[in-house]
Ligand binder design. Sequence first.
Ligand code: ZN
Length: 93
Amino acid sequence: PSVTTMLEDGNRPEDIICRVLDGMDVEIMDKVPTMFDCSCSKERVEKAIVSIGKEEIQSMIDEGEPIEVNCHFCNSHYIFTVDDLEHIIQRSR
Ligand SMILES: [Zn+2]
């Protein structure tokens, strides 16, 4: 099963390791707390928009509607207005 399924079934990380390394001598040396943290930001999304090229950005501007960019990792939504897009295209010249 996937890691997500095993965690949902109540397995601790140690349980999952023992399952994956079944038959091997497992010794837990250390534990480190973890948390979900996405490094996305409006600035980073802006860089991604720049990378699609001026023509694409211009065609989004010509459509006259704000665009929404969603981060696939944390599901954050970033809205770029036509003004934002114009600033992006000016700065990338
Ligand atoms: Zn994110």
